[in-house]
Design a protein around this ligand. Sequence first.
Ligand SMILES: Nc1ncnc2c1ncn2[C@@H]1O[C@H](COP(=O)(O)OP(=O)(O)OP(=O)(O)O)[C@@H](O)[C@H]1O
Ligand SMILES: [Mg+2]
Length: 367
Amino acid sequence: MPHSGGTVCVLHLDKLKLVHFRNYELLELERISENVNVIFGKNAQGKTNLIEAVSICAGGKSFRAGVDAKAIMDGCKSAYIYAGYVFSGRPHFIEALIEKGSKSFKKDGIPQKSIKDMLGNLYSVVFSPEDMRTAKESPALRRAFLDGEISKIRPSYVDALRKYTEIIAEKNSVLKKSAGKGVSELLDVYNEQLARYIRIILRNRQSYLKKLNEYVKETHGEISGGCEQISLKYGGTIDKDDIEGQLKRLMPRERHDMQVTLGPHRDDLRIFIDGQEARSYASQGQLRTVMLAIKIACLKILADATGHTPIMLLDDVFSELDAVRRNNLVKSLTGFQSFITTADKSDAKRIENALVLNVSAGKVTVL
Ligand SMILES: Nc1ncnc2c1ncn2[C@@H]1O[C@H](COP(=O)(O)OP(=O)(O)OP(=O)(O)O)[C@@H](O)[C@H]1O
Ligand SMILES: [Mg+2]
């Protein structure tokens, strides 16, 4: 169940239609469980593609790297996704049309202007093997993760991030062209604008992280049943209590480096297991469990913040967990609709009351 009190409405997908989407020529799926859906099939049959289609309708973009046009079935002109769902007890639908070089969305038949408009509809959280990179590789991936989750709760955060990035780009170009000489006034103007957005970004990231820290302790314990201590820290490069002062003091260094070297675009989300930095210390299994715990924590935060239970999309992680962790994971998803892909048939049988969808060469049958 969602973590805290208050009324939480169960959000769930109840229809998925795909036309010329990846290896799906035509799929019309109307039998979907409100609880656990196990998507089972051999390799390269279309399991991840199915989850990807839901994630595109939910967040406006794929969790997979690469250009949108790749999602159009080879030899076709466009791909179409229809995701029907129940929100606050009422039916709604999102449609996505992917064409070469463009992508457009409708909600209940009404065109949506931007990805930001898409964020308050079909709430979801994805966990895929790509997330192991988030745990291990560059801070940019962890910032993108954090920003993505905050944006689901607060779509206006997307605007603050965009403005901040634009001003940084302009300031960098001024620093590069003139090495900052004779443009002090201009740099002051940039700093004044930057201070405003830095404040918004830091406030949002730090308050999200505070909640994430509280929940992740609980979700990590639920999955691992273990005694490891997980803590998340914001690796900031600017102190939020003296933003203006620091920006001023940084000017000589920025002139020398000819770029903005500190700020939210350089910050990190640091993950610790028993006080040790996870990215350089943890085993594969520990990292996977921590990332999974983080994602389930995100699910619960999103439920608390919006009053709707998001959909959990789990790609390919199930078979890599031991039996105890698998059971604990399914338990911790009670009350949420979930989609779990696996290539291992025995996984599908092990989950009680799950609806098993068998995927074979872009065709789905309900077992
Ligand atoms: N644009 C496209 N047109 C046609 N087929 C595509 C397109 N994009 C991907 N595919 C194919 O879709 C197939 C299934 O991909 P998917 O990633 O969903 O497999 P999967 O069932 O998740 O497999 P695995 O168990 O290996 O993860 C692949 O064979 C891939 O080549
Ligand atoms: Mg896959």
